[in-house]
Design a protein around this ligand. Structure first.
Ligand code: GTP
Ligand code: SPV
Ligand code: MN
Length: 610
């Protein structure tokens, strides 16, 4: 074991920009273990960013684009393209606290497993120290972190995705020096004289969380949710565990502001699983005259009760890490304009011959020649996609032309409606309103979706994904569902209404029935009017459904028959679904709160299937 002696680390820390005991002791502990050649403190300055980008270009990790302003292209190792749920662990002290959906290992055992991997893992590399704050440093309860990483690609991405750098470090120190410790290594030490590869990583991967210590150790991957530790690891897994203790919610949700033609404003949050439409809905351009939508967040919402009993949501992030394929002027013009404004890092999309990027769906017409994400020549005749299905654009949220001004409010916006939804070919109607909070929590607890490329593994398989949080709940799923029920019992709570939506239902010809994308504004209008008390609804076994003519389809080429199919509740589909729900609750076992089991019985009897 080549551990740096204390003097070497002390020397490396000589020019540290802080004398905070907690910060220095964390950085020195990790440096002593991982033995980097050098330590660089990320300050967020343009100058430092430019130096790091130049080094990455030189190393062949990124390519500077000429077609989009201040933007770079990166291609990952083909084995490092998505979150690795099978390698993700919640290392709570007690196994029961990780629950039925998480991989678990005892903290001591995980530390013993990680120690040999991290020992000397940064040899030959620079260790970067990235102080960051999720949400606003001025929030009532600021949420700080420090990520140390040996990946300069992670540094550039974190500078986009989280408020990072000198200001964050100053705020950490000013607030008493506490932060979530985030340690990341690509796990590819370099021997003297060894040449590096463009995307260093390690076939062994561990994405590990210690909820009681509130620390994160990630090894072997440079990719998105595995490596940008402020995002899923902190803002969802660790934060959900903090939120449970403190009585708030950390959720996989977009936040949207809607203004009616009369000027009335409502804020909506929506949870859809990965690659199921959050970024698209967050940037929707309504097609109905007079309605306006503005963006607050596209992936994560932290919701705390305000003094008025309403749930206030903030987006803890600073950037977008959006799915590239399917993003184009016809589907998400707002995202395209944000990308055009520059400052992007694209990963695993395709390169055009004139120094720009392309992905399936960016334009209707395919370029005649590209370099695909694997570095091979590509033409429209190629049999494989040019961009990886989970390729991403990493873009400053400030670029979003529809960003709501409330985005700067450290304590967020009051949420009137929560939408749950997934990708289902059958069974789930376009929209339903749940009867009350518990019924809404039930519908969230049985949320189901076909799997996508956002995580490694099979794509297109229906799985249950409670509140779209299955891969992100940092504790026991049963406790999580109970926590949702408890939130509903909070004294004086002015709770949002909960809806369930499905943009992806198919007809007998396997065509998606609902046009989706900007036309989802029609569903949002109904949601808005239900919350405002101005739209009628009819009882249905699933809750409440639009009355005839209640969903505004004016100007849309959509027949009444198509609408009927989109909203239909088919008894035979629900018979199957109830069986699957029973199986799901069985899998979760005793942890399922009795109140939710009662909801299954109620649903069964409303469907006449009891
Ligand atoms: P993560 O960033 O992984 O959490 O994904 P996300 O939930 O933000 O998903 P995103 O908005 O990026 O959409 C993922 C895919 O779903 C894209 O390929 C979209 O084109 C497609 N999609 C989004 N909204 C709709 C819709 O209303 N209808 C249809 N048919 N497809 C949609
Ligand atoms: C998701 O998978 O839900 C994402 C992308 O938003 S990642 O950052 O990789 O988690
Ligand atoms: Mn996501």
């Amino acid at each position: 074991m080549t551990v740096l002696d204390h003097d070497v680390v002390a020397d490396q820390l000589k020019n540290a920009p802080t004398d905070s005991e907690s910060v220095l002791s964390f950085v020195s502990r990790v440096a002593t273990l991982t033995t980097p050649d050098d330590i660089v403190w990320v300050d967020g300055s343009d100058e430092q960013k430019a130096t790091i980008a130049d080094q990455l270009v030189e190393a062949g990790t990124i390519v500077r684009l000429t077609g989009t302003k201040d933007s770079f292209y990166a291609a990952s190792d083909p084995e490092d393209v998505a979150r690795v749920e099978g390698r993700t662990y919640i290392c709570s002290v007690e196994e029961k606290d990780a629950g039925a959906l998480n991989n678990w290992m005892a903290p001591d055992e995980m530390k013993e497993t990680l120690e040999p991997l991290f020992t000397g893992s940064m040899r030959g590399r620079t260790m970067y120290v990235i102080p960051f704050v999720m949400g606003h440093a001025e929030a009532d309860q600021p949420m700080f972190g420090i990520e140390v990483t040996d990946s300069p690609y992670v540094v550039l991405s974190m500078l986009v995705m989280a408020r990072s750098g000198k200001n964050a470090l100053d705020a950490i120190v000013a607030n008493g020096g506490t932060f979530v410790e985030c340690v990341h290594s690509v796990g590819a030490p370099l021997e003297a004289g060894q040449t590096d590869v463009p995307w260093p990583c390690n076939p062994t991967k561990y994405i590990t969380h210690f909820p009681e210590e509130r620390s994160i150790w990630s090894f072997g991957s440079g990719y998105g949710g595995n490596a940008l530790l402020g995002k899923k690891c902190y803002a969802l897994r660790i934060a959900s565990s903090i939120a449970r203790d403190e009585g708030w919610l950390a959720e996989h949700m977009l936040i949207l502001k809607l203004t009616s033609p009369e000027g009335e404003v409502k804020y909506i949050a929506a949870a859809f699983p990965s690659a199921c439409g959050k970024t698209n809905l967050a940037m929707i351009e309504p097609t109905i005259p007079g309605w306006k939508a503005e963006t607050l967040g596209d992936d994560i919402a932290w919701m705390r009760f305000g003094d008025d009993g309403q749930l206030y949501a903030v987006n803890p992030e600073f950037g977008l890490f959006g799915v590239a394929p399917g993003t184009g002027y016809s589907t998400n013009p707002t995202a395209m304009r944000a990308i055009e404004a520059g400052g992007n890092i694209f990963t695993n999309v395709a390169l055009t011959d004139d120094g720009d990027v392309w992905w399936e769906g960016k334009t209707d017409e395919k370029p005649a020649h590209l370099t695909d994400w694997r570095g091979n020549d590509w033409t429209p005749d190629s049999e494989t996609p040019a961009a990886h299905p989970n390729s991403r654009f990493c873009t400053p949220i400030a670029n979003v032309p529809t960003l709501a001004p409330e985005w700067t409010n450290p304590n967020g916006v009051p949420i009137s409606a929560i939408l749950f939804g997934g990708r289902r070919k059958t069974t789930m109607p376009l929209v339903t309103e749940t009867k009350d909070w518990n019924h809404g929590v039930f519908m969230g607890s049985v949320l189901s979706s076909e799997t996508t490329a956002a995580a490694t593994g099979a794509v297109g398989v229906v799985r249950r994904d409670p509140m779209a949080m299955r891969p992100f709940i940092g504790y026991n799923v049963g406790d999580y569902l109970q926590h949702w029920l408890d939130i509903g019992k909070t004294e004086g709570a002015q709770l949002p209404k909960i809806f369930y939506v499905n943009w992806f239902r198919r007809d007998e010809n396997n065509s998606i029935i609902w046009p989706g994308f900007s036309e989802n504004s029609r569903v949002l209008k109904w949601v808005f009017e239900r919350v405002a008390g101005t739209a009628d609804a009819a009882e249905s076994p699933l809750g409440l459904t639009p009355v005839e003519g209640g969903l505004d389809t004016e100007g849309l080429d959509f027949t009444d028959e198509e609408l009927r199919k989109a909203l239909e509740i088919k008894p035979e589909e629900w018979e199957t679904e109830l069986g699957l729900i029973d199986e799901w609750y069985e899998q979760l076992g005793d942890s399922v709160p009795a109140e939710l089991r009662a909801e299954v019985d109620n649903l069964r009897s409303r469907l006449g299937l009891a």
